[in-house]
Design a protein around this ligand. Structure first.
Ligand code: M6R
Length: 369
Protein backbone atom coordinates (compact mmCIF):
# COMPACT_ATOMS: atom_id res chain seq x y z
CA UNK A 1 0.00 0.00 0.00
CA UNK A 2 3.02 2.26 0.39
CA UNK A 3 3.85 1.52 -3.25
CA UNK A 4 7.38 0.37 -2.45
CA UNK A 5 8.20 3.45 -0.37
CA UNK A 6 9.16 3.25 3.28
CA UNK A 7 6.59 5.71 4.50
CA UNK A 8 3.24 7.08 3.35
CA UNK A 9 4.69 10.55 3.34
CA UNK A 10 7.44 9.58 0.93
CA UNK A 11 4.89 7.86 -1.30
CA UNK A 12 2.57 10.87 -1.19
CA UNK A 13 5.38 13.25 -2.11
CA UNK A 14 6.03 11.03 -5.12
CA UNK A 15 2.30 10.92 -5.93
CA UNK A 16 2.33 14.67 -6.55
CA UNK A 17 2.75 14.71 -10.34
CA UNK A 18 -0.33 12.47 -10.54
CA UNK A 19 -2.25 14.48 -7.94
CA UNK A 20 -1.83 17.69 -9.93
CA UNK A 21 -2.58 15.97 -13.23
CA UNK A 22 -5.73 14.32 -11.89
CA UNK A 23 -6.93 17.60 -10.41
CA UNK A 24 -6.63 19.22 -13.84
CA UNK A 25 -8.28 16.32 -15.63
CA UNK A 26 -11.63 16.78 -17.35
CA UNK A 27 -11.98 20.43 -16.51
CA UNK A 28 -11.62 21.79 -20.02
CA UNK A 29 -13.69 21.27 -23.17
CA UNK A 30 -12.29 20.56 -26.62
CA UNK A 31 -12.07 24.28 -27.34
CA UNK A 32 -9.89 24.81 -24.28
CA UNK A 33 -12.63 26.56 -22.29
CA UNK A 34 -12.67 25.81 -18.59
CA UNK A 35 -15.76 23.88 -17.54
CA UNK A 36 -16.27 23.42 -13.83
CA UNK A 37 -19.48 21.40 -13.91
CA UNK A 38 -19.38 20.66 -10.21
CA UNK A 39 -19.55 24.33 -9.38
CA UNK A 40 -23.32 24.37 -9.17
CA UNK A 41 -23.77 28.03 -8.43
CA UNK A 42 -25.67 30.11 -10.98
CA UNK A 43 -23.02 31.83 -13.17
CA UNK A 44 -24.95 35.11 -12.76
CA UNK A 45 -24.50 34.83 -8.99
CA UNK A 46 -20.81 34.12 -9.46
CA UNK A 47 -20.48 37.16 -11.71
CA UNK A 48 -21.92 39.30 -8.94
CA UNK A 49 -19.29 38.18 -6.43
CA UNK A 50 -17.41 41.23 -5.19
CA UNK A 51 -15.45 39.69 -2.34
CA UNK A 52 -13.96 36.28 -1.67
CA UNK A 53 -13.11 34.97 1.77
CA UNK A 54 -10.94 31.86 1.95
CA UNK A 55 -11.30 29.82 5.14
CA UNK A 56 -8.92 27.05 6.14
CA UNK A 57 -6.40 25.90 8.75
CA UNK A 58 -2.76 24.85 8.67
CA UNK A 59 -1.35 23.83 5.34
CA UNK A 60 -4.71 24.34 3.65
CA UNK A 61 -4.61 27.99 4.74
CA UNK A 62 -1.25 28.37 2.98
CA UNK A 63 -2.88 27.03 -0.18
CA UNK A 64 -5.50 29.72 0.45
CA UNK A 65 -2.81 32.39 0.56
CA UNK A 66 -1.49 31.25 -2.82
CA UNK A 67 -5.10 31.44 -4.04
CA UNK A 68 -5.34 35.04 -2.86
CA UNK A 69 -2.36 36.16 -4.93
CA UNK A 70 -3.61 34.31 -8.02
CA UNK A 71 -7.29 35.27 -7.83
CA UNK A 72 -6.64 38.94 -7.11
CA UNK A 73 -4.13 39.10 -9.96
CA UNK A 74 -6.29 37.29 -12.50
CA UNK A 75 -9.81 38.33 -11.50
CA UNK A 76 -9.40 41.70 -9.74
CA UNK A 77 -11.71 40.53 -6.96
CA UNK A 78 -10.53 41.24 -3.39
CA UNK A 79 -9.66 38.05 -1.52
CA UNK A 80 -9.21 37.70 2.24
CA UNK A 81 -7.68 34.56 3.69
CA UNK A 82 -8.54 33.77 7.25
CA UNK A 83 -7.91 30.96 9.65
CA UNK A 84 -11.31 29.40 10.20
CA UNK A 85 -11.11 29.61 14.00
CA UNK A 86 -10.34 33.34 13.91
CA UNK A 87 -13.02 34.13 11.35
CA UNK A 88 -15.92 32.82 13.37
CA UNK A 89 -15.23 34.78 16.48
CA UNK A 90 -14.93 38.25 15.06
CA UNK A 91 -17.79 40.02 13.32
CA UNK A 92 -16.95 39.32 9.69
CA UNK A 93 -18.76 41.36 7.08
CA UNK A 94 -20.53 39.02 4.70
CA UNK A 95 -23.38 39.49 2.25
CA UNK A 96 -24.89 37.51 -0.64
CA UNK A 97 -22.18 38.84 -2.97
CA UNK A 98 -19.46 37.35 -0.79
CA UNK A 99 -18.12 34.02 -1.96
CA UNK A 100 -16.67 31.92 0.83
CA UNK A 101 -14.15 29.35 -0.37
CA UNK A 102 -13.20 26.77 2.23
CA UNK A 103 -10.16 24.58 1.70
CA UNK A 104 -9.84 21.28 3.54
CA UNK A 105 -8.13 18.02 2.71
CA UNK A 106 -10.28 15.95 5.06
CA UNK A 107 -13.51 17.88 4.76
CA UNK A 108 -13.99 17.19 8.48
CA UNK A 109 -11.95 19.90 10.18
CA UNK A 110 -14.29 21.20 12.88
CA UNK A 111 -12.98 24.77 12.86
CA UNK A 112 -13.52 25.07 9.12
CA UNK A 113 -16.90 23.35 9.19
CA UNK A 114 -18.16 25.74 11.87
CA UNK A 115 -16.82 28.73 9.93
CA UNK A 116 -18.59 27.58 6.75
CA UNK A 117 -21.85 27.11 8.67
CA UNK A 118 -21.51 30.57 10.10
CA UNK A 119 -20.84 32.09 6.66
CA UNK A 120 -23.92 30.34 5.25
CA UNK A 121 -26.08 31.67 8.04
CA UNK A 122 -24.88 35.15 7.18
CA UNK A 123 -26.01 34.67 3.57
CA UNK A 124 -22.73 33.95 1.77
CA UNK A 125 -22.40 31.50 -1.13
CA UNK A 126 -20.02 28.72 -0.15
CA UNK A 127 -17.63 26.67 -2.27
CA UNK A 128 -15.54 23.88 -0.80
CA UNK A 129 -12.17 22.80 -2.20
CA UNK A 130 -11.86 19.34 -0.71
CA UNK A 131 -10.01 16.06 -1.17
CA UNK A 132 -12.49 13.71 0.49
CA UNK A 133 -15.58 12.69 -1.41
CA UNK A 134 -18.82 13.04 0.48
CA UNK A 135 -17.23 14.50 3.62
CA UNK A 136 -19.09 16.98 5.78
CA UNK A 137 -17.73 20.34 4.56
CA UNK A 138 -18.54 19.75 0.85
CA UNK A 139 -21.93 18.32 1.82
CA UNK A 140 -22.77 21.50 3.69
CA UNK A 141 -21.45 23.84 0.98
CA UNK A 142 -23.35 25.18 -2.01
CA UNK A 143 -20.74 23.76 -4.36
CA UNK A 144 -17.58 21.70 -4.31
CA UNK A 145 -14.44 21.57 -6.38
CA UNK A 146 -12.79 18.26 -5.54
CA UNK A 147 -9.05 17.86 -5.55
CA UNK A 148 -8.14 14.46 -6.92
CA UNK A 149 -5.00 13.78 -4.92
CA UNK A 150 -6.24 10.38 -3.74
CA UNK A 151 -6.34 9.43 -0.05
CA UNK A 152 -3.68 11.18 2.01
CA UNK A 153 -2.63 8.97 4.92
CA UNK A 154 0.46 10.69 6.36
CA UNK A 155 -0.47 13.29 8.97
CA UNK A 156 1.63 15.94 7.26
CA UNK A 157 -0.13 17.20 4.17
CA UNK A 158 1.87 17.12 0.92
CA UNK A 159 0.04 16.03 -2.21
CA UNK A 160 -3.24 17.49 -0.99
CA UNK A 161 -1.51 20.88 -0.71
CA UNK A 162 -0.38 20.90 -4.34
CA UNK A 163 -3.80 19.67 -5.45
CA UNK A 164 -5.50 22.44 -3.43
CA UNK A 165 -3.33 25.07 -5.07
CA UNK A 166 -4.14 23.57 -8.49
CA UNK A 167 -7.87 23.65 -7.77
CA UNK A 168 -7.63 27.22 -6.52
CA UNK A 169 -5.91 28.25 -9.77
CA UNK A 170 -8.75 26.60 -11.72
CA UNK A 171 -11.32 28.47 -9.67
CA UNK A 172 -9.48 31.74 -10.26
CA UNK A 173 -9.19 31.14 -13.98
CA UNK A 174 -12.86 30.16 -14.15
CA UNK A 175 -13.93 33.40 -12.47
CA UNK A 176 -11.61 35.36 -14.78
CA UNK A 177 -13.19 33.60 -17.77
CA UNK A 178 -16.69 34.32 -16.50
CA UNK A 179 -15.96 37.99 -15.84
CA UNK A 180 -13.80 38.40 -18.95
CA UNK A 181 -10.89 39.63 -16.87
CA UNK A 182 -8.41 37.62 -18.93
CA UNK A 183 -8.44 36.97 -22.67
CA UNK A 184 -9.17 33.39 -23.63
CA UNK A 185 -5.64 33.18 -25.07
CA UNK A 186 -4.17 34.17 -21.70
CA UNK A 187 -6.24 31.53 -19.93
CA UNK A 188 -5.13 28.90 -22.43
CA UNK A 189 -1.48 29.84 -21.90
CA UNK A 190 -1.80 29.52 -18.13
CA UNK A 191 -3.61 26.19 -18.49
CA UNK A 192 -0.89 24.93 -20.83
CA UNK A 193 1.73 25.87 -18.23
CA UNK A 194 -0.33 24.16 -15.54
CA UNK A 195 -0.48 20.98 -17.61
CA UNK A 196 3.32 21.03 -17.86
CA UNK A 197 3.70 21.14 -14.05
CA UNK A 198 3.42 17.38 -13.32
CA UNK A 199 6.44 16.63 -15.53
CA UNK A 200 8.39 19.39 -13.79
CA UNK A 201 7.53 18.05 -10.32
CA UNK A 202 8.77 14.68 -11.55
CA UNK A 203 12.10 16.28 -12.52
CA UNK A 204 12.49 17.60 -8.98
CA UNK A 205 11.70 14.15 -7.56
CA UNK A 206 14.20 12.50 -9.90
CA UNK A 207 16.90 14.87 -8.74
CA UNK A 208 16.41 15.00 -4.98
CA UNK A 209 19.79 13.70 -3.74
CA UNK A 210 21.21 17.18 -3.11
CA UNK A 211 18.33 18.13 -0.80
CA UNK A 212 18.45 14.80 1.01
CA UNK A 213 22.15 15.17 1.65
CA UNK A 214 21.68 18.70 2.91
CA UNK A 215 18.94 17.49 5.27
CA UNK A 216 21.09 14.70 6.66
CA UNK A 217 23.94 17.12 7.26
CA UNK A 218 21.59 19.30 9.31
CA UNK A 219 20.20 16.71 11.72
CA UNK A 220 21.62 18.67 14.69
CA UNK A 221 20.17 22.01 13.68
CA UNK A 222 17.91 23.55 16.27
CA UNK A 223 16.31 26.37 14.29
CA UNK A 224 15.59 27.06 10.63
CA UNK A 225 14.10 30.20 9.11
CA UNK A 226 12.26 30.38 5.78
CA UNK A 227 11.87 33.54 3.72
CA UNK A 228 9.68 34.16 0.70
CA UNK A 229 7.76 36.92 -1.02
CA UNK A 230 4.50 37.05 -2.94
CA UNK A 231 3.48 33.46 -3.73
CA UNK A 232 6.79 32.37 -2.20
CA UNK A 233 5.63 33.64 1.19
CA UNK A 234 3.06 30.89 1.82
CA UNK A 235 5.62 28.39 0.51
CA UNK A 236 8.05 29.61 3.18
CA UNK A 237 5.33 29.20 5.82
CA UNK A 238 4.64 25.69 4.57
CA UNK A 239 8.35 24.77 4.61
CA UNK A 240 8.52 25.88 8.23
CA UNK A 241 5.34 24.02 9.23
CA UNK A 242 6.59 20.76 7.69
CA UNK A 243 9.80 21.03 9.67
CA UNK A 244 7.99 21.72 12.95
CA UNK A 245 5.55 18.88 12.43
CA UNK A 246 8.00 16.23 11.34
CA UNK A 247 11.40 17.07 12.77
CA UNK A 248 10.27 18.95 15.91
CA UNK A 249 12.67 21.74 15.03
CA UNK A 250 11.88 25.33 15.72
CA UNK A 251 11.13 26.82 12.34
CA UNK A 252 9.53 30.04 11.21
CA UNK A 253 8.42 31.35 7.85
CA UNK A 254 8.53 35.08 7.13
CA UNK A 255 7.67 37.41 4.34
CA UNK A 256 11.17 38.43 3.30
CA UNK A 257 10.17 42.10 3.40
CA UNK A 258 9.57 41.77 7.16
CA UNK A 259 13.17 40.87 7.85
CA UNK A 260 14.26 44.39 8.77
CA UNK A 261 11.13 44.88 10.84
CA UNK A 262 12.34 42.40 13.42
CA UNK A 263 13.31 38.87 12.44
CA UNK A 264 16.79 39.88 11.29
CA UNK A 265 17.66 40.18 14.98
CA UNK A 266 17.49 36.37 15.12
CA UNK A 267 20.33 35.98 12.66
CA UNK A 268 23.72 35.12 14.04
CA UNK A 269 26.56 32.83 13.12
CA UNK A 270 25.43 29.60 11.51
CA UNK A 271 21.65 30.31 11.53
CA UNK A 272 20.10 28.25 8.72
CA UNK A 273 17.92 30.27 6.35
CA UNK A 274 15.97 28.85 3.44
CA UNK A 275 15.01 31.39 0.80
CA UNK A 276 12.26 30.80 -1.74
CA UNK A 277 13.38 32.98 -4.66
CA UNK A 278 10.81 34.87 -6.70
CA UNK A 279 11.02 34.41 -10.44
CA UNK A 280 13.60 36.63 -12.17
CA UNK A 281 10.60 37.50 -14.41
CA UNK A 282 8.51 38.82 -11.52
CA UNK A 283 6.85 42.01 -12.68
CA UNK A 284 7.58 43.83 -9.43
CA UNK A 285 11.34 43.11 -9.51
CA UNK A 286 11.10 41.24 -6.24
CA UNK A 287 14.03 39.13 -7.29
CA UNK A 288 16.57 41.89 -6.63
CA UNK A 289 14.98 42.67 -3.27
CA UNK A 290 15.26 39.06 -2.13
CA UNK A 291 18.89 38.93 -3.33
CA UNK A 292 19.51 41.88 -0.97
CA UNK A 293 17.86 39.93 1.85
CA UNK A 294 20.24 37.04 1.18
CA UNK A 295 23.18 39.45 1.36
CA UNK A 296 21.88 40.95 4.60
CA UNK A 297 21.53 37.63 6.39
CA UNK A 298 24.80 36.27 5.03
CA UNK A 299 26.66 39.33 6.23
CA UNK A 300 25.43 38.41 9.71
CA UNK A 301 26.67 34.84 9.49
CA UNK A 302 23.61 32.96 8.18
CA UNK A 303 23.88 29.85 6.05
CA UNK A 304 21.64 30.33 3.02
CA UNK A 305 19.86 27.60 1.09
CA UNK A 306 18.07 29.05 -1.86
CA UNK A 307 15.30 27.43 -3.89
CA UNK A 308 15.48 29.08 -7.31
CA UNK A 309 14.61 28.54 -10.93
CA UNK A 310 17.12 26.68 -13.02
CA UNK A 311 17.73 29.70 -15.23
CA UNK A 312 18.24 32.06 -12.30
CA UNK A 313 21.92 32.89 -12.80
CA UNK A 314 21.78 36.10 -10.80
CA UNK A 315 21.25 34.43 -7.43
CA UNK A 316 24.07 31.92 -7.77
CA UNK A 317 26.96 34.01 -6.52
CA UNK A 318 24.97 35.04 -3.45
CA UNK A 319 23.79 31.76 -2.00
CA UNK A 320 25.70 29.08 -0.14
CA UNK A 321 23.57 26.36 -1.74
CA UNK A 322 21.20 26.69 -4.70
CA UNK A 323 18.42 24.12 -5.05
CA UNK A 324 17.11 24.29 -8.60
CA UNK A 325 13.56 23.82 -9.78
CA UNK A 326 12.35 23.95 -13.40
CA UNK A 327 10.98 27.19 -14.75
CA UNK A 328 7.33 28.16 -14.94
CA UNK A 329 5.36 31.39 -14.82
CA UNK A 330 5.75 33.33 -11.54
CA UNK A 331 2.21 32.64 -10.29
CA UNK A 332 2.58 28.88 -10.64
CA UNK A 333 5.93 28.58 -8.87
CA UNK A 334 4.55 27.25 -5.53
CA UNK A 335 3.71 23.96 -7.27
CA UNK A 336 7.45 23.49 -7.76
CA UNK A 337 9.24 25.39 -4.97
CA UNK A 338 7.28 23.54 -2.26
CA UNK A 339 8.59 20.13 -3.27
CA UNK A 340 12.26 20.47 -2.16
CA UNK A 341 11.06 21.80 1.21
CA UNK A 342 8.85 18.74 1.71
CA UNK A 343 11.75 16.43 0.84
CA UNK A 344 14.02 18.37 3.21
CA UNK A 345 11.63 17.98 6.16
CA UNK A 346 10.98 14.30 5.43
CA UNK A 347 14.68 13.49 5.18
CA UNK A 348 15.70 15.49 8.23
CA UNK A 349 13.00 13.88 10.37
CA UNK A 350 13.98 10.43 9.10
CA UNK A 351 17.64 11.16 9.88
CA UNK A 352 16.57 11.91 13.45
CA UNK A 353 14.71 8.61 13.57
CA UNK A 354 11.22 10.06 13.89
CA UNK A 355 7.98 8.53 12.65
CA UNK A 356 7.13 10.82 9.75
CA UNK A 357 3.69 9.37 9.11
CA UNK A 358 2.52 9.81 12.69
CA UNK A 359 4.30 12.79 14.26
CA UNK A 360 3.84 13.21 17.98
CA UNK A 361 0.81 15.11 19.30
CA UNK A 362 -0.89 15.45 15.90
CA UNK A 363 -4.01 13.94 14.33
CA UNK A 364 -4.73 13.66 10.62
CA UNK A 365 -8.03 15.39 10.92
CA UNK A 366 -8.80 17.78 13.69
CA UNK A 367 -12.45 17.14 14.44
CA UNK A 368 -12.59 19.06 17.69
CA UNK A 369 -12.41 22.80 18.17
O1 M6R B 1 -8.08 18.45 6.51
P1 M6R B 1 -7.72 19.93 6.51
O2 M6R B 1 -7.10 20.34 5.22
O3 M6R B 1 -8.88 20.79 6.88
O4 M6R B 1 -6.63 20.08 7.65
C1 M6R B 1 -6.11 21.34 7.97
C2 M6R B 1 -4.89 21.21 8.84
O5 M6R B 1 -5.21 20.55 10.04
C3 M6R B 1 -3.74 20.46 8.15
O6 M6R B 1 -3.38 21.04 6.93
C4 M6R B 1 -2.51 20.40 9.06
O7 M6R B 1 -1.94 21.68 9.20
C5 M6R B 1 -1.50 19.39 8.53
N1 M6R B 1 -1.00 18.60 9.61
C6 M6R B 1 -0.36 20.02 7.77
O8 M6R B 1 0.64 19.14 7.42
Amino acid sequence: EKGGYETFMEKEIHDQPQAVQDTLLGRMDAAGTLVLDELRIDPEELKAVNKIIVLACGTSAYAGTVAKYAIEHWCRIPVEVELSHEFRYRDPIIDPNTLVVSISQSGETMDTLMAVRYAKEQGARTVSICNTNGSTIPRESDAVLYTHAGPEIAVASTKAFLAQITAAYLLGLYLAQLNKKLFSGQIKDILADLHAIPGKIQEILDDKEQVKELARSMADTSSVLFLGRNVGYPVAMEGALKLKELAYIHAEGFAAGELKHGPIALIDDGQAVFVVMPSPMDRHSLHAKVVSNIQEVRARGARTFVVAERGDQAVRSHAEVVIEVPETQPMLMPLLTTVPLQIFALELASAKGYDVDQPRNLAKSVTVE
